[in-house]
Design a protein around this ligand. Sequence first.
Ligand code: PEP
Length: 252
Amino acid sequence: MRRKLAAGNWKMNGTAASLDEVRAVAEAHPAPSVDLLLCPPATLIDRMVRAAAGSAIAVGGQDCHAAAAGAHTGDISAAMLTDAGATHVILGHSERRTDHGETDDTVRAKAQAALAEGLVAVVCLGETEAQRDAGETLPVVGRQLAGSLPDAGVTGATLVVAYEPVWAIGTGRVPTLDQIAEVHDVMRAELVGRFGDAGEAIRLLYGGSVKPDNAGEIFATSNVDGALVGGASLAATDFSAVIAALEAAPAA
Ligand code: PEP
């Protein structure tokens, strides 16, 4: 059985004052029945780890470089994330793919580096609106899935995949439940085909405008093991409601 995961991506939001939200989530969920993860900007990782100490909240980065160290101004290595107390890292978010030209190859190399450092890689993928309108969603997602994941070291404990349609991120628009199920079922079949039992154990998150009022139905959808939440993870009340909906969802 896959343990569900509620993950928050703060993107380029948050300063020291925002850590009150983390403390509030921790207080509201002292012993959750699902895994909790918050990924703040790099500047807050160390402080969030300390704010969340003793709680069920794991802390992750939003990106890492594929190299261990070197002349890469502005970048952060996987070892630096673990040094700061992070246990997870989001990789291949569509904003990284768009803003920084990251390809499936880039994401795979970063995921390899993350796994080698003992981080759980949360690999993101998803189609653009033009690709969906052209009927290319499944081939696009299939290509990204095949190209963005490492061959070695992949288990249910080391890798999470987040399906995030680009057109649903931050827009308030969400695919139909049938559309989400179609993509998640295909991803599951492809992961099992490639990784066997490990493919069955990998958690599949949905991401894209998940809010307290739509989380329940999304979490009841086939092969949805949780969510990667952007905007609604910034305020404790919203993220808490999403967590509660995930705890109430049927078992995988
Ligand atoms: C995201 O950026 O990963 C995301 C899902 O954002 P939002 O929930 O705001 O759509």
